[in-house]
Design a protein around this ligand. Structure first.
Ligand code: AMP
Length: 422
């Protein structure tokens, strides 16, 4: 039997309503904050991610689905959404609209070749936003508040916001030096990834899942001691704006995020529900002021987040949030062999009138058809009998009250609509 490729799974009809639920909340909330959807290709030139995600990252080093297409181009299935959105922003010169924050959102599958575990797969889904064009710390707070609003509407109670600043370029030059000095004496005790990170991007050593218990991690210098005055002010303003909205957060000095392009604000949304497993990050993001120019555009700042939809679904289940599948049918038509053509046209007419309707397609006996109506939780059944049809009527039974009435065939839809409103 052919199965789904390792690291992927089917989202089955019995579960898909939960996806629709979070997708609807995401779309509606983005619209409220004036973000517009953008759809970019699922594969891009490999170079985009090497530049846009960063050469020192695990994503680029180990996790990308990269292949040569038949024209010998190096192609990569997107491992995240920001690089593609920024590429499109530059390619379509969206920055030409001066003094505008370009607010974009996306959702869809992402691909990373990772070790499988609960909450981690090789094809997973994200939705995210990017706000491009403004240096204002308030936009960082807006982006965070948008995510918090979405998480609250979904109904999640056990989520905390963790935040940090990586400062500006000048802050990081000094901090980088301090980290190299700190970790070099213990370099041989660190994992092979960290040895490489120490040379390429020492900040990312702090992010290591293997060495996180090493004593040198706890005693590592803190970015806050290396921030320039401007960077301090920027961070204070983001926190002030979050405070003004009553958004609670926790400052974590070691939060550096996995991607190379972040500066200033970085944040994550962590599920705190017990039993969630080790992959507790529901999403995260930050400010990336150098990314647009890295991808070939002008010096334009940006800030955004991505939420992992698969983990949001896990969180919904873990927190016991019930999502109504709304999958019952309004009307089930019970018909005999002699009345099947009438039943079929009636079925179509009901649907065109906006009434969700179903009938039997197995030529079942009447009793079995009623059973099926029950199984589909139909609110009404319409019984199309031969003798009644000759009189120009059908019987409509309210399945809750068990009341059955004869209705003229011309009045079926108006009768149902009236009853449905009661
Ligand atoms: P990142 O782009 O790595 O910051 O990821 C943002 C969010 O996407 C994470 O917080 C997760 O919720 C989700 N995510 C990232 N990688 C995976 C994966 N392999 N499987 C499932 N969800 C993921």
């Amino acid at each position: 039997m052919i199965q789904t490729p390792k690291g992927t799974y089917d989202i089955l009809p019995k579960d898909v309503h939960k996806w629709h639920y979070i997708e609807d909340i995401f779309r509606k909330t983005c619209a409220l904050y004036n973000y517009k959807e953008i759809r970019t290709p699922i594969f891009e030139s490999t170079e985009l991610f090497v530049r846009g995600v960063g050469e020192s990252t695990d994503i680029v080093n180990k996790e990308m689905y990269t292949f040569l297409d038949k024209g010998n181009r190096s192609i990569t299935l997107r491992p995240e959404g920001t690089a593609g959105v920024v590429r499109s922003y530059v390619e379509n010169k969206m920055f030409a609209e001066l003094n505008q924050v370009t607010k974009l959102y996306y959702m869809g599958p992402m691909f990373r070749y990772e070790r499988m575990q609960k909450g981690r797969s090789r094809q997973f889904f994200q939705f995210g936003v990017e706000a491009l064009g403004s240096n204002d710390p308030t936009i960082d707070a807006e982006v965070i508040s948008l995510a918090v609003n979405i998480l609250e509407q979904i109904g999640l109670k056990h989520v905390k916001v963790v935040i940090n600043t990586l400062g500006d370029k000048a802050s990081r030059v000094n901090y980088r030096k301090a980290l190299i000095e700190h970790f070099t004496p213990v370099k041989e005790e660190l994992c092979s990834d960290c040895k490489r990170r120490l040379e390429q991007n020492p900040l990312r050593v702090l992010d290591c899942k293997v060495d996180c218990e090493h004593p040198a991690m706890k005693s590592a210098p803190k970015i806050r001691d290396y921030l320039t005055d401007e960077a301090k002010v920027f961070f204070a303003e983001v926190l002030r704006d979050l405070d003004s909205l009553g958004i609670k957060y926790e400052i974590n000095d070691n939060l550096v995020r996995g991607l190379d392009y972040y500066n200033h604000t970085v944040f994550e949304f962590i599920s705190t529900i017990p039993g969630f497993g080790s992959q507790t990050a529901l999403g995260g993001g930050g400010r990336y002021d150098g990314l647009v120019s890295e991808i070939g555009g002008p010096e334009i700042p940006g800030v955004g987040f991505a939420l992992g939809m698969d983990r949001l679904i896990l969180a919904i289940e873990e927190e016991g949030i019930e999502v109504d599948p709304k999958d019952n049918v309004e009307v089930f038509i019970v018909a005999m062999n002699e009345t099947r053509t009438f039943a079929f046209t009636l079925l179509e007419n009901l649907r065109r009138a906006g009434i969700k309707a179903e009938k039997d397609f197995f030529e079942r006996k009447i009793k079995a058809q009623f059973k099926q109506a029950d199984k589909l939780n139909a609110n009404f059944t319409i019984i199309v009998g031969e003798e009644e049809l000759q009189r120009g009527v059908v019987s409509i039974k309210n399945m809750k009250t068990q009341v059955q009435e004869e209705i003229n065939i011309d009045n079926i839809i108006s009768y149902l609509k009236q009853r449905m409103e009661e």
